[in-house]
Design a protein around this ligand. Structure first.
Ligand SMILES: [Cu+2]
Length: 65
């Protein structure tokens, strides 16, 4: 998610404007990707955008130093 933004109760349409970067992976699959980290130091919320997954705990923090 963009710096200073966090998902609300669950990830939804209202959060889509706050996405910094995203990728998709098929169920049961795997993927490797590269992205350019934000230049502003801080903590960025990383979430799974599939319905219910955020609420189930598929959330992490990216720390940019
Ligand atoms: Cu998920």
């Amino acid at each position: 998610m963009k710096f200073g933004t966090k998902v609300g109760k669950d990830f939804g349409h209202a959060d889509e404007a706050n996405i910094y970067w995203e990728m998709e992976v098929d169920a049961g699959g795997s993927a490797t990707a590269t992205f350019t980290a934000p230049s502003e130091p801080g903590e960025y919320q990383v979430v799974c955008g599939i319905a219910g997954h955020y609420m189930a705990g598929m959330v992490a923090t990216l720390v940019v130093k």
